[in-house]
Design a binder for this molecule. Structure first.
Ligand code: HEC
Ligand code: HEC
Length: 476
């Protein structure tokens, strides 16, 4: 069977499973068990402002609103209404050049849909964070209880979450992402001795991405892919593979004059910093992880390109404490690029940021006035609207990252500050094995909160670097 046909069958199977699950879900609910949208409040606005493009004649964005059931009876209907609410709330719809409803009319619908959908969420659950075939990972939620005690089983649950999430992503999406498969391949291979090898299905996804037409042409794609493949070579097979070499070569074919890579418009600065500097740091990690790759570049054009990357990284002036901390990540792979003083100062800076509960807070690492490009007002508003905006609470991502960076800077695991951070992590794991973290990029209850995935990967790394994850006893 050729791959195109196989692919279509797989897609069909996935769609089919979802349809069956949804049908099952609605069958479980009786007729009265619906949450109702009030037609008096909503229908008028949809009719006059949406119908034209989302009605019987046209279904822009494949969306038809006049037939959308007002009686919400399952999660998929709920999610469609969530889309409508989102479009209205953000004023994305109707499109700017179309007649707009009055602010009062818009607000009334937004208020009504918000409360209706809160009820619906209580009834139908929040959906899945990752889902494909048998993998169905519940949405991450702030309400999820914490573990009673951190132990081997909770570590294994976290590892399974990382494995399943990445596999589900690789099966259903084409892109390599900072928040799922990219994170997985960057961090999971180094845990092989403690948790077993990472999943080959995700590796295959990355290998195919070297040779297939790129699904996504941003430089992120090339850098994260190379990092993941190189980490696999380093920690799983122990030797450089051809696909990693090819991937690195392609990565350097995208390098810019100044030695860095293009982040286009996707400058996402917190919580998982994906600035130009961060992307170049990931490239440096890729180059150094690939076993022996750097040793065979003499006289090659690649050699000059690596030198240019190093110059960029060495000279880069951090704009905030987060970027300063990434200099430590850089020092862990290319120690020659930092002076001892720079390292000491960065460690001291991290130490100062520890909070009294033992954790660190991502939001305290980069004042929004210090971001390298102006952030959309949407994000600034989002951060301001957080209930703890004035004194941001500790979060698992920054706590774990701070520990990782200190360990990579050779601070001993029994350091008092590291130990307090470890205690924070152990106390904040959730029962599903995850370290929950709210999205700082997207507002609302029904978000994917992929920062939870990033945090979980980083937390396992931190715990591993402090000897908190035992290697299983060798088989007799
Ligand atoms: C002039 C045409 C037009 C009108 C009027 C219009 N839309 Fe859209 N809508 C589009 C197009 C085109 C897309 C798909 C492309 C996109 O996402 O920007 C879309 C996409 C959407 C989506 C998909 C998700 C998203 O946010 O991208 C939602 C939900 C939506 N519209 C809701 C509405 C609602 C609610 C109204 C009325 C308040 C409305 N639209 C009015 C053209 C229109
Ligand atoms: C440059 C890094 C980066 C890459 C590459 C990337 N993403 Fe993301 N994406 C993010 C960040 C950061 C978030 C916000 C995560 C959070 O705060 O929970 C996000 C969130 C999302 C969300 C969740 C939005 C929500 O409503 O919560 C989806 C879906 C998503 N990305 C899909 C994709 C897809 C598909 C691709 C491949 C084309 C992709 N991402 C590539 C950084 C990236």
């Amino acid at each position: 069977m050729n791959t195109a046909v196989t692919f279509r069958l797989i897609v069909f199977a996935i769609v089919c499973c979802n349809a069956v699950a949804d049908a099952q879900e609605s069958a479980d609910r009786t007729g009265t068990d619906t949450v109702n949208v009030n037609p008096k409040i909503v229908t008028g606005l949809i009719h006059s402002h949406c119908q034209k493009c989302h009605g019987p004649e046209e279904q822009k964005g494949k969306l038809r609103l006049d037939t959308l059931s007002l009686k919400i009876g399952n999660r998929s209907q709920m999610q469609q209404w969530q889309g409508v609410l989102g479009a209205l709330k953000s004023s994305k719809m109707p499109p700017k050049d179309e007649p707009q409803p009055s602010t009062a009319a818009r607000n009334e619908v937004v208020r009504h849909l918000t409360s209706t959908l809160q009820q619906a969420t209580k009834r139908f659950g929040r959906g899945h964070q990752y889902r494909s075939g048998k993998i169905a990972i519940e949405a991450a939620s702030a309400d999820e209880p914490k573990v009673e005690s951190f132990k081997r089983e909770t570590v294994l649950a976290a590892a399974k979450y990382l494995d399943d999430g990445a596999v589900a992503w690789a099966r259903t999406r084409k892109c390599i992402t900072c928040h799922t498969t990219g994170t997985y391949m960057a961090e999971r291979p180094s845990l092989t001795k403690m948790l077993g090898p990472p999943r080959a299905e995700v590796l295959n996804n990355f290998v195919n991405a070297v040779y297939d037409e790129p699904a996504y042409k941003g430089d992120f794609w090339f850098v994260w892919r190379s990092l993941g493949l190189a980490q696999w070579d380093k920690h799983v097979t122990g030797k450089l593979s051809e696909h990693t070499s090819d991937s690195l070569r392609q990565m350097f074919s995208r390098q810019m004059e100044d030695g860095s890579w293009d982040i286009a418009r996707r400058n996402i600065q917190i919580p998982h910093v994906t600035t130009k500097f961060e992307l170049a740091v990931q490239a440096a990690r890729a180059v150094t992880a690939a076993p022996g790759w750097l040793d065979h570049l003499e006289g090659d054009k690649l050699h000059q390109q690596v030198t240019r990357m190093k110059t960029y990284l060495r000279e880069y002036q951090p704009r905030n404490d987060y970027e300063q901390s990434l200099k430590l990540k850089l020092a862990s792979v290319m120690p020659e690029l930092l002076t001892k003083t720079e390292i000491d100062e960065s460690v001291a800076m991290l130490r100062r940021h520890q909070q009294s509960d033992g954790g660190w807070s991502t939001r305290r690492m980069s004042d929004s006035s210090k971001w390298s490009v102006r952030k959309p007002s949407r994000i600034i508003e989002l951060l301001k609207s957080e209930p703890d905006a004035d004194a941001p609470a500790s979060d698992p991502y920054m706590t774990a990252l701070a520990i990782v960076l200190m360990r990579e800077s050779n601070i001993p695991a029994d350091d008092n500050q590291i130990q307090r951070g470890i205690a924070w992590l152990k106390a904040n794991q959730r029962q599903s094995g995850r370290w929950w973290m709210k999205s700082l990029s997207f507002k609302g209850d029904n978000r994917k909160n992929y920062t939870t995935y990033i945090s979980t990967a980083q937390a396992l790394r931190a715990l591993a670097l402090c000897g908190e994850i035992a290697e299983p006893a060798a088989n007799p």
